[in-house]
Design a protein around this ligand. Structure first.
Ligand code: AR6
Length: 179
C-alpha cells in the first residue's frame, strides 16, 4: 500500500529491513546501543562489525529513549543506519506515545539532515518492547505523514513489516489516516 503526500511517498512493504536498497534504514535499538535481537540483531549480523565500532566511537554514552543517532551502514545496501530508541511499553501512562513519536521524528530528521531521499523504517517498539501494534502503527504513520508534509529532502518513507499481521495492522492504520 502506498499514499502520496505532497508528491512524496509513504508506503508499506512486507520484508526484511536489512534487504532494503534505500539511503538509510532505521534500526530498533536500545539506549545502550548495545545490539540485541529483532531488527537490531539483523542489522549488526548483516551489516558487520563496523556498525558497532562506529556507534561505540561516536556515541559512547548511548542514545536516550525517544531519540536517534546515525552511523555507517557497513555491508548493508543502505548508506546509513539510523539507530532509533523506542520506548518499552509499560501500560501507556509513562509517556510512551510521546517517546515513540519523538523516536520516529528524530530518526527522520537525521535522514533529512544527511541528504537521504529514501528511508526504510521498522515498527519501532512493536517486538521485544511490547508496544500494542494498533496504537504504535497510528503513531508511526501519523508522525511520518506530518514529517513528509514539511520536509524538503525525504521523498520516500517505506515501513518494512515483518509479518502479514503487522502489515495488516499498518494498512488499516494508513487507510484510517488517509480517509
Ligand atoms: N526486518 C523488519 N522487521 C523486523 C525484523 C527485520 N529483519 N526483525 C524483526 N522485525 P524489535 P523493539 C520486527 O524487537 O520492540 C532488540 O533486542 C518485529 O517483528 O526488533 O523496538 C534491541 O536491541 C517487530 O514487529 O524492536 C532492543 O533492546 C518490530 O520489527 C529491543 O529489541 C520491532 O521489533 C527493541 O525492541
Amino acid at each position: 500500500m502506498r499514499v502520496s503526500i505532497q508528491g512524496r511517498t509513504l508506503e508499506l512493504a512486507l520484508g526484511d529491513i536489512t534487504d532494503q536498497e534505500v539511503d538509510a534504514i532505521v534500526n530498533a535499538a536500545n539506549s545502550q546501543l548495545a545490539g540485541g535481537g529483532g531488527v537490531d540483531g539483523a542489522v549488526h549480523r548483516r551489516g558487520g562489525r563496523t556498525i558497532m565500532a562506529d556507534t561505540t566511537k561516536r556515541y559512547p554514552g548511548g542514545c536516550p529513549t525517544g531519540s536517534a543517532v546515525i552511523s555507517t551502514a557497513g555491508d548493508l545496501p543502505a548508506r546509513f543506519v539510523i539507530h532509533a530508541v523506542g520506548p518499552r511499553w509499560g501500560g501507556g501512562q509513562s509517556g510512551e506515545a510521546k517517546l515513540l513519536e519523538s523516536a520516529y521524528r528524530t530518526a527522520l530528521g537525521l535522514a533529512s539532515e544527511h541528504g537521504c531521499a529514501s528511508v526504510a523504517l521498522p515498527a519501532l517498539s512493536c517486538g521485544v518492547y511490547g508496544y500494542p501494534i494498533d496504537e504504535a502503527s497510528r503513531i508511526a504513520l501519523a508522525t511520518t505523514q506530518s514529517f513528509l508534509e514539511q520536509d524538503p529532502n525525504v521523498q520516500l518513507a517505506r515501513f518494512v513489516l515483518f509479518s502479514e499481521g503487522m502489515l495488516g495492522a499498518f494498512s488499516a492504520a494508513l487507510e484510517e489516516l488517509s480517509s
